[in-house]
Write a protein that binds this ligand. Structure first.
Ligand code: BGC
Length: 664
């Protein structure tokens, strides 16, 4: 069953199942994507924390609340790599990078599943298998065409990481992969997932994706679609009802073997057994526990903690932030200043308790009380062309020492089926920003969105920019905590923010090409555009702090290694600024010459470290075979001898230390 929740309802439905001949208990599944009652930041935002313990903890709280409300199974984590922010579902994953995405997949699976069988764990589901994030031109459900090289190297590793972390279930994706719908794809499910990877759990189709094989033009009717899906390895049919209607006949006709059905059933029964449902079908149906867990106020504190750590400071001219004590009047402007449900973003479990969401204005008032005077004006709507509110906004800006603008897209503009061809800040918000900025007052743009938005003149003119995504229940408090300096921001972008739509899809891990644009910036007959730079507006891995960090003393334990060794790379990180703060130091590697051309850099490690003012510490990365391997043209995972660049920096475009190693 899906979309039945709460102890009362799940218990009632379970009791019906238990009147059936074999009394097999039902499994209740739900999209618990970023929280059940307590809403955590959207997954893309949380990935900006680069804090895997945090991701695990937030998934754990979500699981605990869901399990207390009768849920056994979440359709999460989504581990699709996404490099095109036109795709609305980019908000559900961990962004553009395979290494970061694989760690996030592992952390979330561990968080949801904890110890399976305990009453604070649910079955996790790695979705959508596979390639869904590469939908052509970012249009949801659209075709995916990619080389096997790209599939194995970029899109499959987070799924493999989920398998290695013990994920219980998988979900197919809606798309065709090189012409074959994923739901009927033998290569993906039989050969890779259940074959090579030895996955023992079960695979569920996506909503109606078995039936959609007919619409794709891949099966004549539901019977053939069911035949293709079960043969490919889809064990459970979500919402097509094709198995229900046709599998019996297919078995009688000997088109589907009983062994195949038994295998699918066994995988599902085993997980019901593992959860303990055969011992006690009502194990997750305790009203007292439901009440207690769903009212546990510590969950809000953890949600706030996560939200603070998900915020990325993109710009901070003349130390506009944190807000100084000399600031006495603040103008809060923008269509999202009082937003509530929007702050949860897509995939919050319905119905949302909007009263429990802390708005932007409330958060600031909670933090400053009567110490600061707040003036508020929306100025305009998120979409639409009306500028009728501009004068009021300009008027309050003139009376203020500082302006904080809450702008972006609305919560329903990203998520499933929310692809956008134009990912600028919508409506007349950019014009509103320009008018407010023209008052000469310092203006901080707080961007709320479920994807990277193109910021254009806001990027150039804002005094400071905070990327606040959708941060969930505690949004306002978390944003105020960062603006005030109570928490020093440390998030780094898990996905590049492009300059314009024409650059998409985009990743920092590009190939060099035969005609790279070198530092001389001469772009004639180079792999470049004539109307925009190759670089993004803000690069993967980028994010500022209120303090500054220096990187020095790169040391290699050796400069030669063999494919079986481990080599240590250490360096000194120093907090050179005025505040205690956390830095996320990043290790990138480039394989200079290989049998398949390699990207100019690939993330292979990172360390998040808190340092007090003036404090220094030596940090060490380990370079292993894994860090140097890639899939060759035979799809073997190999290390090839030769020269590798070792790069350490504060962002993919801020490499501060570099050296070379040689692999024998
Ligand atoms: C989505 C899945 C989701 C399912 C069940 C589908 O439309 O693609 O991600 O888990 O619905 O709600």
């Amino acid at each position: 069953m899906l979309n039945v929740k709460g102890v009362k309802d799940t218990r009632q439905v379970q009791s019906i199942a238990l009147q059936s001949r074999l009394k097999i208990p039902l499994l209740f599944g739900l999209d618990v994507i970023h929280g059940y009652k307590t809403v955590f930041p959207i997954p893309l935002a949380e990935a900006a924390s680069w804090d895997m313990e945090l991701l695990e903890q937030s998934a754990h709280i979500a699981a605990k609340e869901a399990a207390a409300a009768g849920i056994h199974w979440t359709f999460a984590p989504m581990v699709d790599i996404a490099r095109d922010p036109r795709w609305g579902r980019i908000m559900e994953g961990a962004g553009e990078d395979t290494y970061l995405g694989s760690l996030a997949a592992r952390a979330r699976v561990k968080g949801f599943q904890g110890t399976l069988g305990s009453t604070d764990a649910v079955l996790a589901c790695a979705k959508h298998f596979a390639g869904y994030g590469a939908a052509t031109a970012g249009r949801d459900y659209y075709a995916v065409d990619m080389s096997n090289q790209m599939l194995w190297e970029t899109y499959l590793p987070p799924f493999k990481a989920a398998v290695d972390a013990g994920v219980a279930t998988f979900m197919n994706s809606f798309n065709t992969l090189n012409g074959i719908p994923a739901t009927g794809n033998v290569y993906l499910q039989r050969d890779i997932l259940k074959g090579k990877w030895g996955f023992k759990g079960f695979t569920v189709s996506d909503w109606g994706s078995i039936g959609e094989m007919v619409t794709h033009g891949y099966a004549e009717n539901d019977t053939i679609a069911a035949l293709r899906a079960i043969t490919a390895g889809s064990d459970m049919d979500m919402e097509s009802r094709a198995y229900l209607k046709t599998l019996g006949t297919l078995v009688k006709q000997k088109k589907v073997s009983m062994a195949l059905v038994d295998d699918a059933v066994k995988r599902i029964l085993y997980l019901k057994y593992k959860l303990g449902l055969f011992d006690d079908p009502y194990k997750f149906s305790d009203e007292k526990r439901e009440k207690q867990v769903l009212n546990d106020t510590s969950h809000k504190l953890i949600a706030r903690f996560c939200a603070e750590r998900s915020i990325v400071l993109l710009k901070n001219e003349r130390n506009t932030l944190p807000i100084q004590s000399t600031v006495k009047t603040i103008a809060l402007i923008g269509p999202l200043i009082d937003a509530r449900a929007d702050l949860d973003g897509s995939w919050a479990v319905q119905p949302v308790d909007t009263a429990a969401i802390v708005t932007f204005v409330q958060g600031l008032k909670n933090r400053y009380g009567n110490h600061v005077k707040f003036l508020t004006a929306k100025g305009c709507d998120v979409t639409g062309a009306s500028m009728a509110g501009f004068d009021e906004a300009v008027n309050i800006a003139k009376q203020a020492d500082l302006v904080l603008m809450a702008i972006g897209e609305s919560g329903s503009m990203s998520g499933e089926a929310k692809s956008r061809s134009d990912i600028h800040v919508p409506g007349v918000q950019e014009q509103l920003f320009a008018k407010v900025k023209a008052t000469g007052k310092p203006v901080v743009a707080v961007i709320m969105a479920g994807r990277p938005l193109i910021l254009d003149s806001i990027a150039d003119k804002a005094d400071a920019i905070l990327y606040a995504w959708w941060l969930g229940s505690e949004s306002g408090n978390a944003i105020a905590s960062v603006l005030s300096g109570n928490y020093n921001p440390a998030g780094k972008l898990p996905v590049s923010i492009p300059r314009n739509v024409g650059q998409l899809p985009f990743t920092y891990a590009q190939l060099n090409t035969g005609r790279p644009v070198m530092e001389d910036q001469n772009t004639t007959y180079k792999s470049a555009y004539i109307d925009v730079a190759n670089s993004p507006q803000y690069a993967f891995g980028y994010g500022l702090s209120y303090t500054t960090f220096a990187y020095s003393d790169l040391k290699l334990s050796r400069s030669f290694m063999s494919a079986t060794d481990t080599l240590k790379v250490s360096f000194t990180l120093t907090n050179t600024g005025d505040y205690a703060g956390e830095e996320i130091a990043q290790l990138y590697i480039r394989d200079r010459v290989a049998s398949v051309a390699r990207p100019i850099k690939e993330l292979k490690g990172f360390i998040k470290k808190k340092l007090e003012r003036g404090e220094s510490e030596t940090l060490t990365f380990a370079i292993t075979k894994e860090s140097l391997s890639f899939y060759n043209s035979q799809l073997n995972w190999v290390v090839e001898p030769g020269e590798f660049d070792i790069m350490i920096g504060s962002a993919s475009d801020k490499i501060l230390l570099r050296d070379k190693i040689f692999v024998k």
